[in-house]
Design a protein around this ligand. Structure first.
Ligand SMILES: *Cc1c(COP(=O)(O)O)cnc(C)c1O
Length: 399
């Protein structure tokens, strides 16, 4: 298998156990190698391992860095994202912290898109603020308009595309050019694309972050994050700092994620097909004011999505002409949709979005002045006609 092979092929062959002259009889999958301690046969072996490790090789001297199971999962993230090196964290938010705490210092300024994952605001208001790192959250839709927020101490441009909650597409190549012009590191959350539907490193981003919890794992049964980069200097900085901070992932979770990711392409394609069918149905409902899903032709980000993405997924938001009481009844009446915050698993989920929070988002635009309610739907792998029937009966009950 070459690195030129399709990602569909590579995901079936990465992270398998070696079967060769040395291992003529072998299982297909790598085991979950659970260990804290790594043993060395001789002092010389220990010294040699450290020398090679200090030279930049991924060699393990202690279990926290993870054994072959973890290394295989790192290879998976590199293949997905088109990166040279991936660092694992025990959650997606942990990966965001790893990247920001590795790359920012006291006195630095973080410029962030207003559409990023909500807890990033919290990270900024707590830990980063306390460390003397100032942040500005603003719309990144108009790239040139970001210039007025760049300060002499701005270090990172942090974005997410499509954005959380309203799936706002951003112009990643333009953001990359802007970051380069202003000497900023472009860090992006790519959980939406998870390396399959979108590859921001190829579009010029410096660092990509994926919550493996979502589509990579795909089964709502583990927490995982990854930070992926290409530039050797950035990789060295992240390597040093993640080691210092002690990020670590359970071997069993790494193993489960490898198992889950084999089917990432087929799952994401089906989620995407189902979501488009749901959009089609939603678009005919009088109570539906606006659909937020970049693969939907009427979405404001559709042109950018067509240009930059290679696929889509099951996530969409919808603005409803409903009162809070009506939307409450709608969400409660759904039977196939769990009420929950996550997404990327096999199952359908619904989240009633806090419109108070959305009012800060430039992208909410005209809707901010009206009484709409917003729900985010994750369309799972159920038969889509059943999903639509469920939405229909719930909407009838609510209205
Ligand atoms: C869920 C999510 C995260 C955080 O992942 P966890 O594993 O839940 O910490 C980060 N970014 C985005 C866009 C997410 O949806």
């Amino acid at each position: 298998m070459s690195s030129e092979s399709s990602i569909h092929t590579r995901l079936q062959h990465l992270g398998t156990a070696p079967c060769d002259a040395q291992h003529p009889v072998a299982p297909v999958g790598l085991p979950s190698i659970r260990t804290s301690t790594v043993r060395f046969n001789t002092v010389e072996d220990l010294e040699k391992t450290y020398r090679r490790k200090n030279g930049g090789e991924r060699l393990v001297t202690y279990g926290r860095m993870g054994m072959e199971t973890h290394a295989a999962l790192e290879d998976v993230f590199c293949a997905l994202e088109g990166g040279q090196r991936a660092f694992l964290a025990s959650s997606g938010l942990g990966a965001i912290s790893m990247a920001l705490l590795s790359l920012l210092s006291a006195g630095d300024h973080l410029l962030a898109a207003d559409c990023v994952y909500g807890p990033v605001y919290h990270l900024s208001n707590t830990v980063l603020g306390r460390m003397g790192i100032e942040a500005t959250f603003t719309s990144a839709k108009d790239v040139q308009a970001l210039a007025k927020h760049v300060k002499p101490n701005t270090k990172i441009l942090y974005v997410e595309a499509p954005g959380s909650l309203l799936m706002e597409m951003l112009d990643m190549p333009a953001l990359a050019a802007f970051a380069k012009e202003h000497g900023l590191i472009l860090v992006t959350d790519n959980t939406w694309g998870s390396g399959y539907a979108y590859q921001p490193l190829a579009l010029g981003a410096d660092v990509s972050i994926v919550a493996g919890t979502k589509y990579v794992a795909g089964h709502s049964d583990l927490m995982l994050g990854a930070v992926i980069a290409n530039d050797p200097a950035l990789i060295k900085t992240i390597d040093t700092n993640q080691y210092a901070m002690g990020f670590s992932v359970s071997a069993d979770d790494a193993w489960l994620a490898i198992r889950g990711v084999r089917t990432l392409p087929v799952r994401m394609q089906q989620h995407a097909r189902n979501a488009l069918d749901v959009c089609q149905w939603l678009a005919q409902q009088p109570a539906v004011r606006q659909i937020f899903h970049p693969a939907w032709p009427d979405d404001a980000g559709h042109v950018l999505w067509k240009r930059d993405c290679t696929g889509s997924n099951g996530l969409l938001s919808v603005a409803l002409d409903m009162s809070p009481a009506q939307v409450r009844a709608f969400v409660n009446a759904l039977t196939l949709f769990g009420i929950g915050y996550s997404w990327g698993g096999y199952e359908s989920l619904v989240q009633w979005v806090d419109t108070g929070f959305l009012r800060n988002h430039a992208y909410f635009g005209k809707l901010a002045d009206t009484a709409v309610q917003v729900v985010r739907l994750h369309i799972g792998l159920e038969a889509v006609e059943d999903v639509i029937a469920d939405l229909q009966q719930a909407m009838q009950k609510a209205l």
